[in-house]
Design a binder for this molecule. Structure first.
Ligand code: SF4
Length: 206
């Protein structure tokens, strides 16, 4: 099998308390199956012109912060784009980075369940953006299938347990309301999710 490569867009170093515990380097990658109305960067939706790197090449770039990661209990966070499109790459990276680096993945779970299974074996903490639990709102906002996100979240919880999963529950201007947001949070809690990040998207139109 060909060595997996990651479509690297950018590295953001020395982040604190944003992408998981400790000091973190955010590794942004290209490509996403969703088309959210307020996508933070539509460049992330396209594979090109990202730079494909091997796990070894990426490791050589991020290891400069090894001491910060170890001292703070942090590590790297794969974001995007959709990080779980690159589950095999993350597994390859996990295999060669120090065992005490924390590996996080930001994901919408809009992926094949097989990718969730593969990622569950390599990722320490998942940060899931569920958009909205209402499938019609989800479809209007993302163009994707909310039922699939729910199935994948159930699968993820069964594989790794709720203590390794944080779910972001956004208030999305023009798409949902505080009542929808509260209903989403309640549905997630009923599923066993205990770590919820309830917040509001800040929209910066060009
Ligand atoms: S999931 Fe994230 S990267 Fe993908 S379209 Fe939505 S906001 Fe953009």
């Amino acid at each position: 099998m060909a060595e997996p490569r990651y479509p690297l867009l950018s590295l953001s170093r020395l982040r604190m308390g944003i992408d998981g515990p400790g000091v973190t380097t955010l590794i942004a990658g290209a490509g996403c199956p969703l088309r959210c109305r307020w996508c933070i960067n539509e460049k992330l939706l396209r594979e090109a012109p990202a730079e494909p790197v091997t796990a070894r090449e990426l490791y050589e770039r991020v290891k400069i912060d090894d001491l910060y990661f170890r001292a703070s209990g942090g590590g790297v966070c794969f974001g995007g784009g959709e990080s779980l499109l690159h589950a095999d790459f993350i597994r390859a990276f996990r295999a060669l980075c120090p065992a005490d680096w924390l590996i996080c993945a930001e994901t919408s779970l809009a992926v094949d369940p097989a990718a969730v299974r593969r990622a569950a074996e390599a990722v320490d903490r998942f940060i899931v953006d569920c958009k909205d639990w209402d499938e019609e709102i989800y479809r209007r906002y993302t163009g994707g299938d909310g039922a699939r996100m729910k199935e994948n979240l159930r699968l993820l919880l069964s594989l790794v347990g709720q203590e390794r999963v944080t779910v972001r529950v956004p208030l999305i201007p023009q798409f949902n309301t505080p009542e929808h947001q509260a209903r989403s949070a309640a549905a997630l809690q009923a599923l066993g999710v205990t770590q919820l990040d309830v917040f509001e998207y800040v929209i910066r139109e060009p």
